[in-house]
Design a protein around this ligand. Sequence first.
Ligand code: PMP
Length: 447
Amino acid sequence: MASRSTIMDNNSFRAEHAAALDPQTRRLTERRDEVLGGSYRLFYRRPVHLVRGQGQYLWDADGQKYLDMYNNVASIGHAHPAVAEAVNAQMLRLNTHTRYLHERILDYTDELLATLPEYVDPTDFKAMYMCTGSEANDLALRVAKAHTGGTGLIATTEAYHGNSELSSSVSPALGSGQPIGDHVWLLLAPDGYRTGVDDIGPWFASEIRAAIADMESNGVKFAGFIADSIFSSDGVLPGNYLREAIDAVHAAGGVFIADEVQPGFGRTGEHFWGFAAHGVIPDMITTGKPMGNGIPVSGLFARSEVLASFSDTVPYFNTFGGNPVSMAAAQAVLDVIRNEGLQEHAKVLGAAALERFTQLGETHKAVGDVRGAGLFIGFELVKDRSTKEPDRELALNLLEELRHRGVLTSVAGPHGNVLKLRPPLPFTHIDIDWACEALDSSLRALN
Ligand code: PMP
């Protein structure tokens, strides 16, 4: 089993930075400290106080404009009027729960499942709705256990799947203070760059097989493997390499939960769903973040056969999940993705951005690797290209420099040295220029 790391436990703001803050930011930061519990973290040594957003741009309290290179929640753009209007209209009409009949949840489900790749039969899936990705994964894990009768789970060493008791038990990205489940086996993510393995698919499949064997030799029955198929918190690892691993999961009687909270809803360009890049059929698909563009709505889409042992015996109810207002938001998001051609846009702009960031990387020796799928790009910083020694300090300093140049983003990966470049989908060529200039001058400033 691989060791644990602590990237999400990274508080950029520290008390010693307070003296350098302007009085208003300092007051807000201190108040936050007094009012909210200690678990809350802040981005940036000089925290950003945002007051407005539109499209891919954000504005702070001083009127400074930022390019949002981080936000996959406001995936179709901040303050999108289609979502605001759909929510407003439904809110003024009716908002109840799923124990009354309503068409919206059914129409939406039909339309969403129609976006599944051609090789997947949408009629084979049943939908359940909730409010957060954590809840979706929590339910998926319960279903996995009910279906298989097992308790053993596999996740990756830098995975994040949520903050509930169960979903946090497969979320080592929360840091060493977060207990990982007794029956959870953690594997290094299939990172071709860092492991130096050329054919990462067979390598990862053999890691999966070994973990299952180890689990079973410890008397733990295997239930399933949960992964975000672009492995965003593990450092953004696009590709087509999971098929053999998923075959191994199925051969051992386990289920594959595709956590689509990050790659779903067209962001990866080529595909609407992240798992489609791998040509695999998940047993369960979980969604969240971009699904409602900021309105809390999430989903679990499970193969009927897998869901049955749970749904035949346990009732499901979620006060807010799937209500007409959240479904109105989700429907508006889906309509906008289609009407504005955002998946195709993510593909075209993502390819252009990847090319520009790659060219830029070639001119800075601290850039070890640039990789991406659509508008989901990882920009990895190293001390030395030949040893690939990660440069976390540079990555954290780079975040601050980028912020001074109006570009907001954050880091990922077990070493915290990979910039996660993941803007709202309406991103343009002008924004690529902005991001490239900011990256270039920031890297020069830190040289
Ligand atoms: N899965 C993944 C891959 C995520 O990135 C997140 C949130 N960062 C979650 C699950 C949890 O979603 P939520 O915060 O909506 O509970």
